[in-house]
Ligand binder design. Sequence first.
Ligand SMILES: *Cc1c(COP(=O)(O)O)cnc(C)c1O
Length: 367
Amino acid sequence: MTTGPKVRQFEEEFRTFVGAPNALALNSCTAALHLALVAMNLEPGDEVITTPLTFCATINAIVHAGGVPVLADVDADGNLDPAGVADALSPRTRVVLPVHFAGLPCDMQAIWAIARRHGLRVIEDAAHAMPASFRGVRIGGQSPWGESDAVAFSFYATKCLTTGEGGMLTTPNASVHSRCKSLSLHGISADAWMRYADTRRWFYEVRECGFKCNMSDIQAAIGIHQLHRQIDFCEQRAAIAARYTDAFSRFDDVIVPRSPVDRSHAWHLYVLRLRRENLPEARDAFLNTLHREGVGASVHFIPIPLHPFYSGRFPLAAWPCARAFYESALSLPIYPGMTERQLDVVISTVERAITSVRLPLFAVAGR
Ligand SMILES: *Cc1c(COP(=O)(O)O)cnc(C)c1O
């Protein structure tokens, strides 16, 4: 029922799928980020540069690991902008933590170059990036273009591969892998079991004050089957994204997501942006129109500094692009198994919303 042969099989198959030397299955992506950051041995005051356009788990993990989150701005794709990372550097910077927003890989070559130049560690939040690739190499896999210290995946219910709740950490570094494995089970050392396997089967040693975030065989059994269907799932999401882009790119006042040729997109989210004067009100009206018509659209993400807990608490670089992105963005339904009819309904509803939300704007302009 708990961590056993299914977890080992899932780790092995996942590791092979992405091309990573080591994989560790955990009970969430939050845990994977947390343990990876703990394994970087942050000292009080050490800074971790990341994006404001992310789920709070990214930032909470940094705080729990003893780091100070420093938010650099995003680019037009909603991804951490390498130029923003360079501006946010300080003598206390230790880690860069990019998030592959919506499933589009960040410009990892530029981020790795900054990290190499300044001796920084890199941890990727790949909660959206299963399966995505940068320059032909899957996120999490060993790449000739550079190397991250750890990559964290999410198997939460809404993510591309789900185990209900769950996560995976991949790392090229065998000692990061074994440290995180021990930290995921109370800081208990696995080698003690092996050392005394013949004579003292009951023996174990606690080496440090760890946590409890191992994956169960029940979750892994689901994950193995989800993994086998990843290529198919991703092709279905990509086909939906292509239909959306086809339909909406003819409108001047919406911006469709990019898919640069050097990256493959996981299409966890399809984020449409409105090009309007009166944002975010026009976006909110747009979303209300979709909801009234029964289309389940959402917003990703409320920038971190806008949450009461974070506002004013940490050194924050300027993030005008993240704010503009947030105020104009809406996420459309995208999932394998979406029918032609459902897709047609979403497309025609969005097209109608584009024209109807446009009207009050003209009325205001003519007043
Ligand atoms: C979902 C998500 C997480 C957290 O994943 P869990 O598996 O629920 O812990 C972290 N970062 C991002 C960007 C996410 O979307």
